[in-house]
Design a protein around this ligand. Sequence first.
Ligand SMILES: Nc1ncnc2c1ncn2[C@@H]1O[C@H](COP(=O)(O)OP(=O)(O)OP(=O)(O)O)[C@@H](O)[C@H]1O
Length: 326
Amino acid sequence: MSALLSVQGLRVEIAQRHRVLTAVDDVSFDIAAGEILGVVGESGAGKSVTGTAVLGLLERPAYQAAGRILFDGRRIDTLDEDAMRALRGREIAAVFQDPLTSLDPLMTIGDQLVETMRTHLDLTQAEAVERAARLLAEVGIPAPRERLASYPHEMSGGMRQRVVLALAFCCEPRLIIADEPTTALDVSIQAQILDLLRAMCRERGTAVMLVTHDMGVIAEVTDHVAVMYAGRLVEVGPTRRLLAAAAHPYTRGLMASIPDMYRRDEELMQIPGSMPRLDAPVPGCAFHPRCPQALARCAGERPPSFTTGASQVACWLADPAGRSAA
Ligand SMILES: Nc1ncnc2c1ncn2[C@@H]1O[C@H](COP(=O)(O)OP(=O)(O)OP(=O)(O)O)[C@@H](O)[C@H]1O
């Protein structure tokens, strides 16, 4: 199946006065139509920067230094600002952690939905209003017609995030970039919003790049997972298989922090240590100082990506040639 989104060798750098830092390095992944890909990793791993690059919203001092981003086979990282803005409104939508990033506090939610639809779709005012009410009903807003006249601040955080989903879906995008869409919400509301996101995507065949630090979220909604550490992908594979048999010690460490059925027998644990700072990159495998299974070569040689089963794993432990030597 050809990819709807294809990120190839993406590198994002951050220009500082006397040096350049690398926030995302050689990141490649595909998302097929209708697929939900989770991008997971600790804070600072480069997840948001990757999503921002796909949306064409990187701002100085951050910039794309290498790689290509293709949407439906067409290169989009070289589009000009107007073309990218048109694509963002229509074919690629974004959902961020804070609903107030997406919602204009001075506009009613009805006006926001109607204006977005009328900018990008050929709809009359009456058609757009009708569609806005239907969308609000679909995302579970009670009394949707009356709610069209409400302002964002008149709603709870959970309701606002439902409106953000309505806004994201209102032009029937083919791809949604969702960056920590439920992190700010109570756990019970989080699950409802994730269920809603998944149901709406399944029904429409919408693809999603879901950025999260939470392996529980990955387990709940994604089809594939890309695990990021220190700006690089360390493991990419189908969610079920990856959760059943993660190959990278970092992925296993993240999984050990899911407090649920996957780890009934083990204590909830945190990975000791912290991710290297951008201004102090670690040679070899960036995870080796924290890795319980590090080999001598991990400190000196950066592992390439090895294929193990259906996954890609950047770890010397997955090197078929190196296993016996280790
Ligand atoms: N505009 C910027 N200027 C300087 N540093 C930046 C900029 N944008 C991102 N960074 C740095 O790039 C690194 C990756 O950030 P990013 O936000 O992508 O991480 P993340 O994995 O999404 O983590 P979080 O969940 O905390 O957002 C971090 O070290 C961050 O401080």
